[in-house]
Design a binder for this molecule. Sequence first.
Ligand code: ATP
Ligand code: MG
Length: 571
Amino acid sequence: MKNYAKMSSTYAPTLKEDPAEAELASHRLLLRAGMIRKTAAGLYSYLPLAWRSLRKIEEVIREEMEAIGAQEMLVPMVTPAELWYDSGRWQQYGPELMRMEDRHGREFCLGPTHEETFTDLVRNELRSYKQLPVTLYQIQDKFRDEMRPRFGLMRGREFIMKDAYSFDATPEGMQRSYEEQKDAYARICERCGLKALPVVADSGQIGGDTSVEYMALADAGEAELVWCDCGFAADTEAATAGICVVEGESGELEKVLTPECSSIADLATFLGVPEAQTRKALAIVTGEGKPAVVFVPGDHEMNDVKAEHAFGEFHLMSDEEIELYGLVKGFIGPVGLPQGVAAYADESLRDSQWWIVGANQKDNHYVHANLGRDFAIAQACWVDVATAQEGDACPRCGKPLHGARGIEVSQVFQLGTKYSQAMGATFMDEDGKEKPFQMGCYGIGVSRTLQAVVEQHFDEHGICWPVCVAPYEVEVIPLDNKGEVAEVAARIATEAVEAGLEVVLDDRKERAGVKFADADLMGYPYQVVLGRRGVKSGTAEVKNRATGERVDVPLDEVASWLANAIVPQRA
Ligand code: ATP
Ligand code: MG
């Protein structure tokens, strides 16, 4: 028989003060509400209340996975290095991969993701096209030795992930499995109370061609997005927007003295032109070790992720390197570049003839520099590297894009045969030929989702859990710890449990103010407040935490009132 929980014995050590290390509201509130604690940098313990919420998120995930026929299982978190050598990722993956040796000197890593393990699992055993498709998933701790673990559960080193892997015979089959996961992910976000956008993503470390990220919209999000009323949305790392390039004026090539104007802002002000008329130059050394200069519209940035696709593991030149290659910091331009330094430019500048650029000479710029007449960009040197931003044209409909920030809560990828090919995971197809599996992989940050929910649901008093992921649905708050008030409160709590609700009773010997503050901080969706006056008049006050609405409800109707309000809001 289920019972209500008692606050007096719930391990939820609350904090009165804001913890100094917490920059994000959600991080601060999860700490203050006694839901998480930092064990070490990027390593968090989930206390009982957080654990209840996490289990609810996991339950939503399980239901949605079951609905599309994905099967839950579990592989070891520790992964033998051989598998990563097989896929080629042992060398590729950076220091985020926590590598280690066992007592026999064998190499292992802590799984940051498990494409290798799952591909290995099916090779040699999933043999026939008749058995396909198969989608397997697990909910497990992952480990990534993040350079800057921060924001609590948002960017931990050990964190909970749901990861799924689909195996299909054909690209069309993979596409179907991918669409099913993508749709399920949208439902998971919605059922967890998250406002999220599916955005076109960069495929990053995992590789493959097609990918979508679900971004929970939040000003504090680390990801930058652009979106359009037509439904288009993309990570700025992946968006190829129509950048509206502003032309410089036409005329003879003219060198102008621009003292101290080494930044675009200073230059534009000095010349009295919009920044967009100028061209920003970035000096880099490409992945192949070659010096190059990359031009983007003056009012745009070069995107690191896009640039990595174009140049490999490039880096921005240091001051020493700039000097070494004969460049002049702050005054770099395409006219008269030093020998051996290649000139690249963003695609958006292809049709722009008149540029305002550095003159490769201290305190000098060129105006009316003409593409074709005064300088050239080689055919192979047009690259898509500028970061899309608010106001650029939507690639789908041409309207101006909006900017937003988001928290990446999940991502789906079409992998194709990237891993199956590399690892020799094949099946016998209908035509009698051995073929590599067509794969997809799909990840949800479970612990990150929990914090993203808080980031979207809080006010100045604390968390406002949506019913679907609240640790408890109702808190009953007696204003007296003994006598009739305590008795009636316990009776209401019991009736609410009997009505199928998840209830906690604040039976602590605390002042009303303390109980109210804690209830608001912990954020249970409904509070039932009961005092002497209520007992006498036969009513309890029910408060909706999120809206602040208060209703007096007759004592013997409280449980059914709550059930009517809460059950339809469940995930
Ligand atoms: P990010 O760009 O934020 O580093 P990612 O794209 O590298 O994330 P994926 O490989 O797509 O992450 O992992 C799947 C999901 O796991 C992500 O969508 C995110 O929700 C979650 N996740 C990834 N890294 C972390 C982390 N350090 N802490 C918590 N959750 C994480
Ligand atoms: Mg991702």
